[in-house]
Design a protein around this ligand. Structure first.
Ligand code: NAP
Length: 299
């Protein structure tokens, strides 16, 4: 047994008023045990807490305390992350936005655009593709993904939903479903873009199934993914997501969808770089050397 010091960190000082100043721990005990114990002592539960060392290293679930070499007198900082919401619920809410916003702009032509008109083939296709995309995302969030975190801070729901409700919801829907007198895009381009969208969505789904198969249910295990798309890049699911929205940009010919594509691609690039570095760090020596980050054969 070693006695460690506990200190509260961040703005949650009051909520951590029950935090003891010291705690006896076994080096062989799991990090999860420590979270549970401090969650019980503070009355906040383990999901609201983040434990860090003096150098800001986060004590991560899935390891024993031995990994962090805690000595007598080592300080563990305890942060209250605030009210939590289930990770799955956040996804279900954020994807629900576009599912109601797109039909809203598509069907309420008179009140929104001031007249009744027939939608073009391209507008019908965008509505159909956007709805199918977000129904798929809802399905995957509920039944496919095996998330490692049960919850996230409640405030994230506003940030995350903003991305989907505003940029892929109101922004795309308002501009794409307005009266459009432009001639149709050539059939060849229309069918190739539609086929590209189907290919991208099916491929994205396959990569999600692959990721879910790496983690036994109820665990937080992480493994090196192989196979479809993963032999090219670390995050093929993001690559196929980008391809799908690229196809929608071609079909819609709307700056609004280009804006969503750019914001999404920049976000996914930043996440992919982090994931790629983490794979290389956690699986040093074993991680395939030629695997790119996000764009096959490029970067
Ligand atoms: N349009 C946009 O702006 C945008 C932005 C981001 C994502 N998306 C879409 O949302 C999808 C999901 O995004 P995401 O960021 O959650 O994807 P992700 O981080 O790749 O994770 C997908 C699922 O697989 C798990 N996972 C990832 N790597 C794993 C590994 N090596 N071993 C075991 N399990 C692993 C994740 O668990 P953890 O909980 O441990 O991470 C998560 O449950 C994307 O593929 C994309 O289609 C869209």
């Amino acid at each position: 047994m070693v006695e460690i010091a506990l200190k509260s960190k961040g703005k949650g000082g009051r909520s951590l008023s029950k935090l003891p100043s010291t705690l006896d721990v076994q080096p062989t005990q799991s990090v999860e045990d420590l979270y549970q114990k401090i969650g019980r002592l503070t009355g906040l539960g383990k999901d609201r807490l983040r434990l860090t060392l003096i150098d800001n290293t986060v004590l991560a679930d899935g390891y024993d305390l031995e990994k962090y070499d805690l000595q007598k007198g080592s300080t563990v900082f305890v942060k209250d992350l605030g009210y939590q919401i289930a990770w799955r619920t956040v996804f279900l809410i954020e994807y629900f936005g576009p599912l109601i916003i797109h039909p809203f702009f598509y069907y309420l032509q008179k009140p929104i655009y001031g007249k009744e008109f027939e939608h073009t083939r391209e507008q019908q296709t965008v509505l159909c593709f956007v709805l199918l995309h977000f129904i798929k995302r809802e399905y995957e969030s509920a039944f496919v993904h095996r998330f490692s975190n049960a919850t996230m801070p409640l405030k994230n729901i506003f940030k995350n939903s903003g991305h989907y409700w505003l940029i892929s919801g109101f922004n795309i829907a308002y501009w794409v479903y307005r009266p459009d007198s432009r001639p149709s895009i050539p059939d060849g381009i229309y069918y190739v873009a539609s086929a590209l969208w189907v290919y991208a969505e099916v491929s994205n789904y396959i990569t999600h199934i692959n990721l879910a198969s790496l983690r036994p249910a109820g665990t937080k295990e992480r493994k090196i993914p192989h196979g479809y798309g993963f032999n090219w890049v670390s995050c093929p699911n993001y690559f196929f997501e980008i391809l799908g929205w690229f196809a929608i940009c071609i079909i819609s010919r709307s700056l609004s969808s280009v804006i969503f594509l750019i914001v999404s691609a920049v976000t996914m690039w930043a996440w992919a770089v982090k994931k790629h570095k983490r794979y290389r760090r956690d699986f040093a020596g074993k991680y395939p050397k030629n695997r790119k980050v996000l764009f096959p054969f490029l970067a």
